[in-house]
Design a protein around this ligand. Structure first.
Ligand code: ZN
Length: 275
């Protein structure tokens, strides 16, 4: 899934590469997907988008916004998959779910993995959508240790779901998914099943710092190695804790890295360092 560092990278590349291009045509590809949601029928996307100019792009947490004309935007959200740019005369992939052709003969395709949505909205409608711009993205000015502490206190499920639930599935912090979570918890030396009321102030501080450090490093490196940017290049961020580490020694203490299933996904951790 695309998490904040990938969203920041792709939005920046869209802004630099697509701004000023005129959309000639929108189409669905030969692939269909049960878990790709559009906000209106594809024919309406074609009608609304054709002839409009891309006017910019930005991101908010895990969401990417591509601005079209004066009043519309495409909102790419909760996405797993590839958003790829294809310069003039470069062949398109044989299979994809959505395609935008530009007047200069370049194109963009989207191929979904898992699930996600690509909504076409009036810009003025965005704030009325459920889940739009909720929570606070790490690295934003307001994401201070004090604010983070306050969010932890206010999390209604804090005694049940623990820290993974708070960071990944609650809407308090917007930008972290199950992949960066592993590295954040490893850096903070916290076990994914820890319940929030048991975290000491020192641990909360380590967690806040690990979130900021991990996100900042990954953004600087263009996202993580197992995702692709707009130009189909892998990111430069190498994950510390992933499926590839299972059975290998912890880089800090040598204990064998474990995999556990928790809250609908796998967690990779060092049982000695992370308590
Ligand atoms: Zn260890």
């Amino acid at each position: 899934m695309l998490e904040m560092p990938e969203a920041v990278t792709i939005a920046r590349q869209m802004q630099e590469t697509l701004t000023g291009k005129t959309i000639l045509h929108f189409a669905r590809g030969s692939l269909t997907h049960k878990f790709l949601w559009l906000s209106k029928p594809a024919e309406e996307y074609e009608t609304i988008l054709s002839g409009k100019q891309v006017t910019g792009a930005s991101s908010f947490g895990r969401s990417i916004y591509l601005f079209v004309g004066e009043a519309q935007l495409l909102w790419f959200g909760e996405l797993g998959g590839r958003i790829l740019y294809h310069p003039q005369e470069q062949p398109l992939p044989s299979k994809y779910h959505l395609r935008w052709d530009f007047a200069d003969a370049s194109a963009m395709t989207f191929t979904l993995q898992m699930w996600g949505f690509v909504s076409l909205l009036e810009r003025s409608e965005l704030h009325k959508q459920p889940h739009a711009e909720v929570g606070i993205p790490p690295l934003s000015v307001g994401f201070t240790l004090e604010h983070f502490d306050q969010l932890l206190e206010e999390y209604p499920e804090k005694t049940k779901k623990g820290i993974k639930g708070f960071l990944v599935t609650s809407q308090h912090v917007n930008g972290i998914g199950n992949s960066y979570l592993q590295d954040i918890l490893f850096r903070a030396k916290i076990h994914p099943t820890r319940k929030i009321p048991t975290l000491t102030s020192n641990e909360r501080q380590r967690l806040h710092a690990a979130i900021q450090d991990t996100m900042a490093q990954a953004i600087k490196l263009g996202g993580r190695e197992d995702e692709r940017d707009l130009f189909d290049h892998p990111g430069g961020y190498h994950r510390l804790m992933s499926s590839q580490m299972v059975g290998s020694p912890c880089p800090n203490c040598g204990t064998i890295i474990q995999k556990i299933s928790y809250l609908g996904g796998a967690c990779y951790l060092c049982p000695t360092c992370q308590v």
